[in-house]
Write a protein that binds this ligand. Structure first.
Ligand SMILES: [Zn+2]
Ligand SMILES: [Zn+2]
Length: 162
C-alpha cells in the first residue's frame, strides 16, 4: 500500500485492546489507517496510535502485503475478531485494520526491548511466539526455527474500535 493509506502498527500486537479509539488520544498519538468498518467498506481514518508495551515495538508501515485472509475478511467470508464465546463480532461493532504482512521502520521501542532501536528496518512476524513472549524454554517449533507454528502463538492483528 502507498503512504496515503499506510498505517503504523505495534508488532507486539495486543489484539483486543482498545488501541484505536481516537477520542481519548492526544493529537500526537494519532495515526491514519485504512479501516474496514463494514463488509467491503473501507475508509482512511484517524485512529489512536498503539502504545508499545514493555516488549513491543511501534513500526511505521512502509509496505503491507494483501493476504488472502484480508480479502476473505473484506468480502465478509471470514471474521476472526470474536467475543468471549467465540462468536464473530460484526465489523460495524468492531471495525478492523487489515494487513498483517508488514515491513517498515521502528519508531518506538518498549523499555525491555534490547535488540531493536528507532530507525531499524523490520519485517514483522504476524504471530506472537516464544521469543516475543520471552518463554523459556521455547516450544519445539520455535527451537527449530518454525516459530509460525508456535504452540502458544496468538494472532497479532489489532482491531480498530471507534
Ligand atoms: Zn496472511
Ligand atoms: Zn513457540
Amino acid at each position: 500500500m502507498k503512504d496515503s493509506i499506510g498505517l503504523e502498527a505495534s508488532s507486539g500486537a495486543r489484539a483486543g485492546q482498545d488501541a484505536a479509539s481516537p477520542d481519548a488520544a492526544p493529537a500526537n498519538r494519532l495515526m491514519r489507517a485504512a479501516v474496514l468498518h463494514d463488509v467491503a467498506r473501507m475508509d482512511v481514518r484517524q485512529v489512536a496510535r498503539p502504545e508499545p508495551g514493555p516488549r513491543d515495538v511501534l513500526v511505521r508501515v512502509s509496505a503491507v502485503g494483501l493476504c488472502g485472509t484480508d480479502f476473505h475478511i473484506f468480502e465478509g467470508h471470514a471474521n476472526y475478531q470474536t467475543d468471549r464465546r467465540g462468536r464473530p463480532i460484526p465489523l460495524r461493532d468492531a471495525p478492523q485494520i487489515l494487513g498483517h504482512e508488514i515491513a517498515g521502520t521502528v519508531l518506538e521501542v518498549g523499555r525491555e526491548v534490547r535488540d531493536l532501536a528507532p530507525g531499524d528496518a523490520v519485517v514483522l512476524d504476524q504471530g506472537l511466539n516464544c521469543s516475543s513472549a520471552a518463554r523459556d524454554p521455547k516450544c519445539e517449533y520455535c527451537v527449530t526455527g518454525d516459530s509460525h507454528q508456535c504452540k502458544a502463538a496468538l494472532p497479532t492483528i489489532s482491531p480498530c474500535r471507534r
